[in-house]
Write a protein that binds this ligand. Structure first.
Ligand SMILES: [Zn+2]
Length: 425
């Protein structure tokens, strides 16, 4: 057993002189120091020193926080999900864990593994996209760092007008085919509805979220199918009007991918996707609160409107996350990482950040848009709730997974604990 002493960040408050006891992979107790834990077998009572084999870790002066959960990670530590192998996913997981992230959604684009738009190396022997197979393998086998919670696919059913950094060949065309109609494997031409089942299959059970544009032909049916399969349908990369967006919510959309970014914006006579997302309580949002993708005033606006309860901080991190500024490559295209921002080389197109989630938490606090406890909630319990795993992850509560990070007031990480195992000390 391990007992951590320090300021404990819970969903309600910060317990200044608190203690968290970890028994195996679970949290056994959380509360103030020097009070009984109320547990009938009283293993963790008044003085943890009295319990045999109890390792006491003194974190006084620091914060004991729930581990961060990032719903939008494309890469980190020099690797990208698109690298398409287990080692890359494992490297990403280690880079994230070193920065306080204990679980994440591997976020990437879709392409047909053995289709004409894929490089020959991109499909495995069954024609499944290697990058999706690699994530499924990382979930099965486990990783040495942050837990892989599943795949988040941005596309292929998104609007090319709002593609951002997503290439044309990663976007389904209106007739439901990829690569401009040359591959019909994933199409149902009579109805013009792309075959979502094939994509769900290709992810080997790992697909947990899909970003979709509800205005595209066939999208409403796909949203319903995602809902049926318990996959979070998230609006994003969309040019939907307000009315089209509401239809998407009615069909089952519950979440919005990087709100404001790659999304039809708010106009006072046509509130667009952003207007619908901000005013409909059925929908939670992802927020890239780096101060660059969104002006700090807009960060504040979103948090005020959606509340801390419905705002999930994300990084949208690229391979450069956790590495020095410089030039890197994403999906064959060069980009530049500078002070946490990733921009296509020679352009002003943002493609994500080079930040880890602890840095975003720090920036939100520095902007004055949340205090530390509120910012931590948006990086832990809210994303857990979005995925429906808040019964076991996302907060420091007795019985939940012991996913914990020890941070200082600047959100620098001194220790990461995943499933009760100390990864960084
Ligand atoms: Zn995106």
């Amino acid at each position: 057993m391990i007992a951590l002493k320090g300021s404990v960040i819970t969903s309600k408050e910060i317990i200044k002189d608190g203690v968290v006891v970890i028994d195996g992979a679970k949290i056994a107790y959380v509360g103030p120091m020097g009070t009984p834990c109320g547990d009938t077998n009283a293993k963790c009572a008044q003085s943890p020193q009295g319990v045999p084999n109890m390792e006491i870790i003194d974190c006084r002066g620091k914060f004991i926080s729930p581990g961060f959960i990032d719903l939008h990670v494309q890469g980190a530590g020099g690797c990208d999900i698109l690298d398409g192998n287990y080692e890359a996913v494992n490297t990403i997981s280690k880079a994230l864990a070193a920065n306080g992230v204990t679980a994440f959604l591997a976020t990437t684009v879709y392409f047909v593994g053995a289709g004409p738009c894929a490089r020959p190396s991109q499909g495995n022997h069954r024609g499944l996209p290697l990058h999706l197979a690699a994530v499924a393998q990382a979930i099965r086998k486990g990783t040495q760092g942050a837990r892989v919670l599943g795949v988040h696919l941005e596309g292929p059913f998104i609007n090319p007008l709002k593609c951002g950094m997503i290439k044309k060949e990663n976007i389904a065309q209106t007739m439901g085919t990829l690569c401009g109609g040359t591959n019909v494997k994933y199409a149902r031409p009579p109805q013009g509805v792309p075959d979502i089942d094939a994509i769900i299959d290709a992810c080997g059970g790992a697909l947990k979220m899909m970003t979709i544009a509800p205005e595209m032909p066939g999208a409403i049916e796909i949203i319903k199918q995602l809902k049926k399969n318990k996959i979070v349908a998230a609006i994003g990369h969309t040019n939907a009007t307000y009315d089209e967006t509401i239809k998407g919510f009615d069909a089952g959309i519950t979440h919005a991918t990087h709100v404001f970014n790659a999304m039809r914006s708010l106009h006072h006579r046509e509130p667009g996707a952003v207007g619908a997302v901000l005013t409909d309580d059925r929908v939670s949002v992802q927020l890239i609160a780096d101060g660059k993708h969104l002006h700090p005033a807009v960060v504040g606006l979103v948090i005020k409107q959606k509340d801390y309860e419905r705002t999930a901080l994300i990084t949208d991190s690229m391979s450069a996350a956790g590495l020095p500024d410089g030039r890197y490559v994403y999906n064959d295209l060069k980009y530049e990482s500078n002070a946490g921002l990733a921009v296509y080389f020679g352009t002003d197109t943002f493609i994500g950040t080079a930040l880890t989630l602890n840095k975003i938490v720090k920036r939100v606090v520095a902007m004055g848009k949340a205090n530390l406890q509120q910012a931590v909630l948006m990086a832990s319990i809210v994303p857990a709730r979005v995925l429906g795993i808040d019964n076991r992850k996302g907060s420091i509560v007795k019985g939940k997974d012991a996913d914990i990070v020890v941070i200082d007031k600047d959100c620098d990480v001194s220790m990461t604990i995943i499933d009760g195992k100390i990864l960084k000390k």
